[in-house]
Design a binder for this molecule. Structure first.
Ligand code: GDP
Length: 232
């Protein structure tokens, strides 16, 4: 009898954890676009920013994590492409879509006028828990990516690199790139990490959720993934 109960309990627990994990990002709803620091939502307690070159696959990553086809479309709407777009996840947590970079040949964080806002945001936003940096696995760590990384480094906050479009490479080539990126990042900062991702094949989602959930949960917050589950 007790064995049967344990069996069912283990099934429920096994099923609940991934569902909870996914649902945090599934709740993402567009809140607002900010064009200056005073516009940033005061109600945010903790947020994760997504950055990446234009066309790196950043919008697709956000849509895939949120399991919503059109969520990041708002960031591509003319007039909003150079704004800081906030998506609420509930409970004071936010996902932040930063403008894609790469077309103008000026430093990312100093490109006026919005570049200054972006640079100031990355340096001064206390609620910012970490930076998810999206790169096309075929073009990792470009000069502009490094500019952003170097700009962000003094904050000491974590960076997680999502090497997306992994489906475009063979498994062994993708893994080789991952190893190279990981060792380069590790040489620069101990809390910079990387993983493979594919929005097309929907791979890497669980690993990304685990890292980002931990960022959102840190600093005295309960793990949002486990909230309400009680002892198992
Ligand atoms: P963004 O400009 O960085 O937001 O990039 P998008 O998400 O709009 O993607 C740019 C292009 O790459 C689009 O044509 C997407 O369909 C394509 N793309 C995005 N993610 C993937 C992926 O995981 N695999 C493949 N094969 N194509 C992708």
């Amino acid at each position: 009898m007790q064995k049967t109960a344990l069996f069912y309990r283990s099934l429920i627990t096994a099923n609940q954890r991934p569902l909870r994990s996914v649902s945090l990002f599934r709740q993402a709803k567009f809140l607002k676009s900010a064009q200056a620091l005073p516009d940033l939502p005061a109600e945010s307690q903790r947020e994760i920013a997504f950055a990446g070159r234009s066309n790196s696959g950043k919008s697709s990553v956000i849509n895939t994590l949120a399991d919503q086809r059109q969520l990041a479309r708002v960031s591509k709407t003319p007039g909003r492409t150079q704004l800081i777009n906030f998506f609420g996840l509930g409970d004071g947590r936010f996902l932040v879509d930063l403008p894609g970079y790469g077309y103008a040949k000026v430093p990312v964080a100093t490109r006026a006028p919005w570049g200054r806002v972006l640079g100031d945001y990355l340096h001064t936003r206390d609620q910012l828990a970490g930076l998810a940096l999206v790169m096309d696995v075929r073009h990792p760590l470009t000069k502009l990516d490094w500019e952003l990384l170097e700009w962000f480094r003094p904050t000491g906050k974590p960076v997680h690199v999502l090497l997306t479009k992994a489906d475009k490479l063979s498994r062994s080539a993708a893994l080789q790139t991952l190893r190279g990126v990981r060792s380069t990042l590790a040489r620069t900062s101990p809390n910079w990490t990387a993983q493979l991702f594919s929005s097309l094949k929907r791979t890497g989602i669980d690993d990304a959720q685990a890292v980002l959930n931990a960022w959102l949960a840190a600093d005295g917050h309960e793990d949002p993934d486990l909230e309400g589950l009680g002892p198992t």
